[in-house]
Design a protein around this ligand. Structure first.
Ligand SMILES: CC(C)(COP(=O)(O)OP(=O)(O)OC[C@H]1O[C@@H](n2cnc3c(N)ncnc32)[C@H](O)[C@@H]1OP(=O)(O)O)[C@@H](O)C(=O)NCCC(=O)NCCS
Length: 171
């Protein structure tokens, strides 16, 4: 899925994160200071984008398992869910691209890579939707551009139903 001149894989020691700058101090700081620990403690997996045969990180996203209270879902979707207190989801916790690479469709590429991974994993470990927390209005619009919808009671949390994601990757 990713273009030949780029590579995506799990964060490893060889990856250089020191000059990563996406425009958000929080997302830059997370990659430099917390990502390795989160991966080690198994609370998130971190996938990084590099130029092929380079080790400098130019983008990343994180994934983790989660759940969402039944009462949080929009009524139309809630009606289709079983009456369990919570339902399983996949959290796309963070996604960011170095500023030098913005506007070249690489944001789309890493998002699609993340969604394809979520869809593949969900064939074996059930998940109703992929959830994102948008850090600001711009991020929210980016996710809405790809069909994510807001949770009614939350200002920055959005979801994309797994069935929709599966259909995106159907041959
Ligand atoms: C969000 C981010 C990953 C987008 O990457 P990008 O390379 O600038 O975007 P792309 O070139 O891949 O854009 C792909 C499409 O999304 C659209 N898009 C990008 N940013 C958008 C925004 N803020 N609002 C609406 N649409 C947006 C583009 O117009 C393009 O649309 P098109 O396919 O119709 O032409 C990048 O700007 C970034 O890292 N921002 C800082 C961190 C951040 O906000 N992360 C997300 C929340 S945690």
């Amino acid at each position: 899925m990713i273009r030949d001149e780029y590579a995506i894989g799990p964060l490893e020691k060889k990856h250089d994160r020191s000059i990563f700058s996406c425009g958000s101090d929080a997302l830059d700081g997370y990659l430099r200071e917390r990502a390795s620990q989160d991966a080690k403690k198994r609370v998130a997996t971190i996938f990084v984008l590099t130029e092929a045969s380079e080790n400098t990180v130019i983008g990343y996203y994180t994934l983790a398992a989660g759940n969402v209270d039944l009462g949080e879902w929009p009524p139309a979707l809630k009606k289709k869910l079983p009456l369990y207190p919570v339902v399983p989801v996949t959290l796309l916790g963070r996604l960011a691209l170095d500023k030098k690479y913005h506007g070249k469709k690489l944001g789309e590429h890493i998002l699609m890579d993340a969604l394809l991974r979520c869809s593949t994993v969900a064939r074996e470990i059930a998940s109703v939707a992929v959830i994102v927390d948008a850090i600001d209005e711009k991020a929210l619009k980016f996710y809405e551009h790809y069909g994510f919808r807001m949770f009614p009671k939350q200002s920055n949390r959005l979801f994309l139903h797994m069935q929709t994601i599966n259909e995106m990757f159907e041959p």
